[in-house]
Design a binder for this molecule. Structure first.
Ligand code: FES
Length: 118
């Protein structure tokens, strides 16, 4: 059965401002896990630890809006828990449906602090 291709428009996606936001310590997110990052104004990001490398994307799947921080990680790929759409954390590219890419954000680590450029 083919699932309908819905489009969820993420109202909680951070605006691109080129601003550095310190979101926590590297110890806060174990390797192989994702975490939700709450930003001011009700905005959200998903943060992932891939073998000690950190990546950030918008937090909601463009299919039907499931939180990607709760998805399954397989290397640099996150798979949405709801219907299995897959995204490359390095680029935000959707590997399941063309044209359904998500935003990815630069992550810096300084003295154990995680800083995301939004
Ligand atoms: S909500 Fe359907 S794949 Fe993510």
């Amino acid at each position: 059965m083919q699932l309908p291709v819905d489009t969820f428009r993420n109202p909680r996606k951070p605006r691109r401002e080129g601003r550095a936001v310190t979101v926590g310590r590297t110890d806060d997110v174990p390797p192989g896990r994702g975490a939700t990052v709450d930003l001011e104004g009700g905005r959200e990001l998903a943060l992932y630890n891939v073998g000690g490398q950190f990546f950030a994307t918008e937090n909601f799947c463009p299919h039907r809006g499931a939180p990607l921080a709760d998805g399954r990680l397989c290397g640099h790929i996150v798979e949405c828990d709801l219907h299995g759409w897959r995204f490359d954390l390095r680029t935000g590219q959707c590997l399941t449906r063309a044209g359904k890419d998500i935003e990815s954000y630069e992550v810096l680590i300084e003295n154990g602090w995680i800083i995301i450029i939004v």
